[in-house]
Each structure stands twice: as C-alpha cells, then as structure tokens.
Ligand binder design. Structure first.
Ligand code: S3P
Length: 431
C-alpha cells in the first residue's frame, strides 16, 4: 500500500444516484476460512476486495489451500478438510483483527504449531478475549504480555466448552464456534448482547448444524463441511458512508443495490430513519441465510438521538461516520457504551473528536462515547486518518458539507476495506 496519500475533498451540493458497494468484509473472511476446512472446491463472487480479506486469503494459502482470484472479484478455494497443512513461516494478518482472532480458533484445533503476526496497530489490539476460551478448550497460546500479538499457537485435540465472553464481540463468538467445530463434544457461546451472526449463518451454509437457544449458540464438534458457491452481499458498513452522506443533504436521493440487510447489521437504517430520512427496502431476498436487497434513501429532518447498550454493539462499525455527520443533523447525537471503539484499528473515540474539533465542531468526548450537538457549521481543515480506514472515509463524508476544502492525510488506509471508495464517492456527489 502507498503510504501517506492526501486527498482533497471539496464541498458538495447534493448526493444523487445509484451504486453497488464491494462484498461484505465480515462474510468474506468467514467464507474463506470455512472453505479451507471444507472437503472440496468453494467459489465466491463479489468477494471483499480490501487488504483485510486478502490477509485472510494469504493465510489460508499458507495453510496449504490452493486459491485463485480474478479481477472480477471471484475467489476459488480448494479446501483440505478439518486438518490443514503446517505453515512454513509466520502467518501475517496485516491490519486485520478478524483474520487474527477468527483464524486462531481454527489453528487451535490443528496438529501443528503456528505463529500469527500483524502490523503495528494489530499488535496493540487485545487478544486475551480469544486466548482465554481457546486455552480452556485445550490449546496452548503464547502472547506478548498476556494480551498482544505475535500469537504462538500450539494446536491440540480440543474439548467443547460453555463460554460467556466478557465483551460482546462477533469475532470472539466466531473464533470459539470455529474451534468448537474441531473439538470433541459440544461448544456453547452465550452472548451478553447479540452480535452479528455471520459465523453461525456461514457454518450452516457449509452444511454444519448450529443451534440458537435464547441468548446462546451451540455447535457440535466433529461435523464435516461441504464446499459452498455463493455471491457475497454488498457491505452495509461500506454503504453506510454514502447513506450518511445522503442523509445530510436535503435534496438527496440515493439507491444502493445488492446490499446486505442482515438484521444484526442493518441498525443504521433504523438510526437514519429516526434522524428523519425516508428509507425503503426493495427486492429483498435470502442468500445462504443472509438477507440482501436494494435500499433507497431520501433525506429529511428528525429529532435527537441516543445510541446505547445493545444498539451500540449493533452499530459498532458505523459509529465513526454517524458521529462525523452528527453536527449537521437537526437533533445531534449521544453515544454511550462504546468503549470498544478505543481498541479498534485506532482509538476511534479520540480520532473522531480530534478531527471534528479541527473542523470547528464542539464535541463532548466521554470515556465511552460522545455527545455532539446538532445544527453546527463546520469548516474545511487538515484531517488525520490515524491509519484507520473508517476514520478516513467518515471525514471524507463530513467534509462534503463543510465550508471550504478539507485535506485528508493518510488516505491509503481505505484500501483495507474499500479500495475504490473515493472514485465511487465522486460518482454520487453533485457540486
Ligand atoms: C467484526 C466484528 C466487529 C467489527 C469488525 C468485524 C466481525 O468486531 O468491529 O469490524 O466480522 O465479526 P468485534 O467483534 O471485535 O466487535
């Protein structure tokens, strides 16, 4: 990736048009990992194009699976079944927390030792949340200071456990379920707050039986996976940037086709509706358990909004862009219970505050969120991406309604999830 690119964003008059967004990152990671464990060849169209999912593919290739990828976004993976091949070097997860945390569940159940490494940001992120359950299942995992990567994993014959994670995290849930698939007996993960369910849906799509019982998910170990052919739905967390942009211009009209509408991921649509937008969903279909459809948005004015508790968990990746546009809304935004944002690719609470203040906004940052008043006017400024794709994209959106030009430094990181983001944004912007 090119380092340090600066992009200039000029103010816009409106957001108009229709678009498809790249394949969903969360689903692409899981499909690639489970394809490795399936007996036979899987094929995925519209596989997520970003560097994060490429990290997963590279790791899967290092574990002995043959992978082909074409320019149209189709990925073909030859699975090896439950036992993969020992890698000859450390597995590089790049910037991707999903790769490191979920792949650890699979590596814990292998008969070999492996090492997972990542970039500077990933090497600071908390890993105890997966080390704890995998150790209980029988794996031996060494970390730096009991918490951080590099992770050295000695695989083992795992045993099923009953686990209640201390933090609500879909990555941890998937990690434990993937290990559970390779373990003896049953594994139950109890969720304090319901998180995205792509791990469960993907396991079922590959032929495994997974049960949901009240707040728990249960998998029986020793089940074999069959290969899958699927098209990955458009990433709603990528669509979120354009939806939020459309929501702040009174004459906007935006249509996004083929986008993921899984209810554990689509809370943004409820929030934008509460903020006054008129949203419709058309042609909704199911694809391997995931809902997919077309979303259209026409802007309007709404009231103040408070996001807390379970709602915060459901919106975790959309909060930076919601906060970045909050000063332009009529009612403003308060976010609580979002401490997890401090341990994402950057400290997202502080990154958003710093950048909003640079643009002249008044922001009250708390330990677990922000309070941001509505009806504020922002001005163009010099913005830092903090090596975080979602911060770079969130402020490209905030800049559209600021007075004067905004320079966003370090935009190369958008390649983590959405390499063509700036080109796609330009297609929708009217000046
Ligand atoms: C993800 C879960 C979330 C999210 C991340 C992707 C997933 O992380 O922030 O971008 O695919 O399961 P946590 O589970 O750690 O909250």
């Amino acid at each position: 990736m090119e380092k340090g690119t600066t992009v200039t964003i000029r103010p816009a008059r409106n957001i108009l048009g229709s678009l498809r967004v790249p394949g969903d990152k969360s689903i692409s990671h899981r499909y690639a990992m489970l394809a490795a464990l399936a007996n036979g060849t899987s094929r995925f169209d519209n596989f997520a194009p970003g560097a994060d999912c490429q990290s997963t593919l590279s790791c899967v290739a290092s574990l002995g699976c043959k992978i082909e990828r074409d320019e149209k976004g189709t990925v073909v993976i030859d699975g090896l079944g439950p036992q993969l091949q020992a890698p000859t070097a450390a597995l590089d997860c790049g910037n991707s927390g999903s790769t490191m945390r979920m792949l650890s569940g699979i590596l814990a159940g292998q008969s070999f030792a492996s090492e997972l490494i990542g970039d500077a940001s990933l090497s600071r992120r908390p890993m105890k949340r997966i080390v704890e359950p995998l150790t209980q299942m029988g794996a031996d995992i060494r970390t730096v200071s009991g918490e951080c990567a590099p992770l050295k994993i000695q695989g083992a014959r795992l045993r099923g456990i009953e686990y209640r994670p201390a933090v609500s995290s879909a990555q941890v849930k998937s990690c434990v379920l993937f290990a559970g698939l390779l373990a003896e007996g049953s594994t139950r993960v109890e969720e304090p707050v319901r998180t995205r369910d792509h791990g469960e849906l993907a396991l079922r799509a590959f032929g495994a039986e997974v049960e949901r019982e009240k707040g728990s998910v249960i998998i029986r170990g020793g089940q074999t996976l069959r290969p899958l052919e699927a098209s990955v739905p458009g990433d709603i967390s990528s669509a979120a940037f354009f939806l939020c942009a459309a929501a702040i211009f009174s004459d906007s009209n935006l249509v996004i086709d083929g986008v993921l509408l899984n209810p554990t991921r689509s809370a943004l649509l409820d929030v934008l509706t509460a903020m006054g937008s008129r949203i419709s969903m058309l042609r909704v279909e199911e694809s391997h358990g995931e809902l997919v459809g077309t979303v259209s948005l026409v802007a309007g004015q709404g009231g103040p909004l408070v996001i807390a508790g379970a709602m915060t968990a459901r919106l975790i990746d959309e909060l930076p862009v919601l906060a970045a546009v909050a000063p332009y809304t009529a009612g403003g935004l308060e976010v609580r219970d979002a401490r997890e944002l401090r341990v994402k690719e950057s400290d997202r609470l502080s990154a958003v505050t710093t950048n909003l203040r640079a643009m002249g906004a008044t922001v009250d940052e708390r330990e677990d969120g922000w309070k941001i008043a509505g009806r504020q006017s922002l001005h163009g400024a010099e913005i830092q991406a903090f090596d975080d794709h979602r911060i770079a994209m969130a402020f490209a959106i905030a800049a559209l309604k600021a007075e004067g030009e905004t320079l966003i430094h370090g935009t190369d990181c958008v390649a983590i999830s959405y390499p063509s983001f700036f080109q796609d944004l330009e297609k929708l912007v009217e000046r």
